[in-house]
Design a protein around this ligand. Sequence first.
Ligand code: NAD
Length: 726
Amino acid sequence: MADFTRTTDAQGIATLTWDVADRSMNVMTADAIGHLSDLVDQALADPAVRGIILTSAKRDFAGGMDLKEIARLQSGGAQAVFDAVMQMHHLLRRIERAGMDPATLTGGKPIVAALPGTALGIGLELPLACHRIIAADRPEARIGLPEIKVGIFPGAGGTTRLVRKLGALAAAPFLLEGRLCTPQEARAAGLVDEVVPPDTLLTRARDWVLSATQADLVKPWDARGYKMPGGTPYHPTGTMTFVGASAMVNAQTQGVYPAARALLSAVYEGALVPFDLALRIEARHFTGVLLNPSSGAMIRSLFLNKEALEKGARRPALPVRPVQRLGVVGAGMMGAGIAHVSALAGIEVVLIDTTQDAADRGKAQSAALLDKSVRRGKLTADAMAAAQSRITTATDPAALSGCDLVIEAVFEDPGVKARVLAQIAAAVGPDCIIASNTSTLPISGLAAAAARQGQFLGIHFFSPVDKMALVEIIRGEKTGDVATAKALDFVRQLRKTPIVVNDARFFYANRCIIPYVNEGLRMVGEGVNPALIENAARLVGMPLGPLQLIDETSIDLGVRIAQATRAAMGADYPDAAVDQVLFWMADNGRLGRKAKAGFYSYDDRGDRLGLWDGLVSRFPPDKMQPSLADVQNRLLFAQVLEAVRALEQGVLTDIREGDVGAILGWGFAPWSGGPFGWLDMLGAARAVDICRGLTAQFGPRFHAPALLRQMADSGARFYDGLSKAA
Ligand code: NAD
């Protein structure tokens, strides 16, 4: 069935309805563009048609371009991409001109976009070419241009039209941050023209077509004497905007995201020329971005593979069994967070701690988060009350009876955990799945205490639970498929992103984060300037430098992990040079942000001020400092080599999980698409070469794993085998 259909009523109003078969949300494809183009041409040429309504048969208008098509387009090369983009521009421009005489700006037929709900990406760029946009008043709908979040920018005229409609300053949050609005917010911002009750949407669109005048059909930028709101780059206020925007983009992206820079160039250059030329400029920059390896890698990890994992790419083929009643034992920071997100997802929760007070405090933590959401207008008071009523608190493990999943989140102590797991196993029914939220203890070691080892696994949430999207599911030696499937069903209920890994010290995410932090600490001990370390990390796209990261997670936690690792490894322990810095900080009471004293100084409210002076007094920087690239290589290779080792050792079994997990779990340079995406960009041969240099200078931790050396020899890439599927 075609994605668009046309009906024409007795008054001569043609309705073009978008309805992609077998999908809950409309997405645009190359075929659909061709088809829409034909329908528009036919309607414009048909003397019986007096105006056109463009709408959707679904609850929403459209979710955007089918990103799989964009991935396909990228493989066709520059000219093919540019031609496809220009074809899109021609269609939208024909809609915008609607058959009018370009010289006199007369004639033409009114075209209105009637948006029943969400309209994103091309789902908004298409309406922006229409003469009027009317949106149904549905607070849950989202309107905007989120392309920048997956490493591209609005390339179907959205960039050029929005800047000409709102001015560069007002358009900036929508283009540069991908800000999404409700229909009411969209009207206030000028993205849409009108918001009406949902059941009057089509009537109102029809009325508008019937009453539209010639002036309604001429876009401001096509009218004589048009001036861009806020001024063009050479206008006094325009200059300020463009200088400020450049600075802001560089501050936010550190120059590593090609899309933000290309977007800004398209806006700047486009503002200086007539509209049609601006569209060509937009198309040229958009083509450049699509062909940049970073945008391909970001689309692959942040959209295609993330979605595949969320939809169960790694799920054993077993019946779906969503969690009905969840038990959470330990109502501390993590347990309370898990209870909160579960209750919000509609799951009944029993939250247990050693005292009623502690359990109630956990529930209160959820109440505080819910209250914040209500105050910000993100949740209704009724939804808050419903979520709260789903959490019951208790101290007796007997309250867990009837749970189909129980997660243990007590202190990180193997003895305490073993006792608690045995209590849980005794309280629940034979089919219940039991999980631990441990961040460091091997799952197979804890399994014995949980009695039915096949039904036991790790479900590792990240802190803060309500914000972090990744959940690491850890299969112990004996974990069965039923338990894995249940954990994946649970993560799906929470709308988070799962990765499934095998059991090993620190699993996957922490295993890679720890060497990153350690490399930073090691450099401090060697006399590398802490400011160089932190800036090098940020300039390569890490959201937090290693010193800031350990301040956030707490230095005493680092000390505890170091002590446990040293105890487990004995004489093989390789991180004494790290510990001299870490332990000295802890001994001096500098435990991180929570103590308002760490590698950084903090004010009374806990806001970060700058690097702490005391650090360079104890570890004075050398006169000769390493190059930026050397520091960046050390910080990146510390992480990616660990990711490769995790793959080699079978902890990771799927590179898609390695990449998605790295970006969502610890913010690994998102522009690169993740550690494996980055190594593919670099090439295995070059990576092995760098490792050789780093090993000679800094030791065997940088020795390239065998897998990488083999790939260097054969010229293979990680995504070679997956390029079609991923
Ligand atoms: P926390 O100290 O804030 O909370 C632990 C809670 O467990 C406390 O409320 C304590 O009273 C309760 N508890 C202790 N013994 C108990 C028992 N026998 N029965 C019932 N309740 C008991 O700790 P947290 O930071 O929430 O960490 C909990 C677990 O989550 C640990 O295994 C930790 O490694 C893991 N984890 C922590 C983080 C993090 O960033 N904090 C991240 C991921 C995983």
